[in-house]
Design a protein around this ligand. Structure first.
Ligand SMILES: [Zn+2]
Length: 303
């Protein structure tokens, strides 16, 4: 998920998120807001499978592998939560992460790098580094140290805590920086933002994403997963393969409606007025509401 230079926690009610958004636009008070908006956030760990745990707080779901080789963390939410994230890891018997991995470049997945990634290898797809770096220089040491400094192009394997962790780049999906992690022995997959469990996904068209390609990527992942796999989505609760298939069916049906409408000459206003089937009302209660989902799909299919 991504909202330019910051991301509002999806756990907050919509009205409050808009309030935070307007509030943060006044930069002089943004710093105070940064600390305040995380004050009530609790970081909670739950077992997933084998060595792997899921941590929730604010922002993208965190995956953690804890074992004899040490601690690996996948995504790290926001820097103000770093102490709470580390405490949750400590309570699992882990320690300071030996490796930090970013599924993609959005701020609610990499914000903790500056705290948890100092003096630690940070791994991500090469496009994630490029997009995080942008036009900034690396003279600021803290910023430089928060960037992924081990990058890969198509895929990479880590051999850690008794299993192979396969990290695969899925291009032009949620962004052009996304990877999905497959834990061979724990039978777990971390999908990053290729999965918003039960909700319409945010697809970052300006960040290299594409709706049709996103759906293709989800199908490719479904095809390689065993039926009893445990899935950590980028957002939403821990999931099963059936949950992922339901997400895919929702994408297919809603995108199909919009594609068909475009095919018979409907413009976006007409498609917005018609909306989507009532059974998907719940899917529009997250970060991306129904109106925004229609807008994203329309733009992606017509640009
Ligand atoms: Zn994202």
């Amino acid at each position: 998920m991504y909202t330019h230079t910051f991301a509002i926690p999806t756990s907050l009610p919509t009205v409050f998120r808009w309030a935070v958004c307007c509030f943060l636009s006044t930069s002089s008070i943004a710093f105070a807001a940064e600390a305040d908006r995380f004050a009530a956030v609790q970081v909670v760990a739950q077992p997933v499978g084998g060595n792997v745990y899921m941590l929730t707080g604010a922002g993208g779901n965190i995956g953690v592998s804890v074992g004899e080789d040490g601690t690996l963390i996948i995504d790290d939410q926001f820097a103000p939560l770093a102490e709470r994230i580390q405490q949750a890891i400590d309570e699992l018997g882990g320690d300071k992460p030996k490796i930090v991995l970013n599924t993609h470049f959005h701020g609610d997945h990499v914000g903790g790098n500056k705290a948890l990634g100092q003096d630690t290898p940070i791994i991500a797809h090469e496009n994630a580094r490029k997009r995080l770096l942008g036009k900034r220089d690396t003279s600021d040491e803290a910023f430089r140290n928060s960037l992924p400094w081990i990058t890969f192009d198509d895929d990479l394997s880590l051999h850690f805590n008794g299993e192979e962790i396969e990290i695969v780049h899925f291009p032009t999906g949620h962004t052009d920086t996304d990877c999905v992690l497959f834990f061979s022995k724990s039978n777990v997959v971390h999908m990053g933002d290729h999965f918003f469990n039960g909700r319409f996904p945010f697809i970052d068209l300006a960040g290299g994403g594409d709706v049709a390609s996103y759906i293709d990527n989800v199908q490719t992942i479904i095809d390689r997963l065993p039926t009893d796999v445990k899935i950590i989505p980028g957002h939403g609760p821990l999931a099963t393969l059936d949950d992922l298939k339901a997400f895919k069916a929702m994408l297919d049906e809603t995108v199909g409606i919009i594609r068909d409408g475009i095919g018979v000459g409907k413009d976006e206003d007409k498609l917005q007025a018609e909306g989507l089937p009532d059974k998907y009302a719940e899917a529009g209660t997250g970060f991306v509401n129904t109106k925004r989902w229609i807008a994203i799909v329309f733009e992606s299919l017509t640009r």
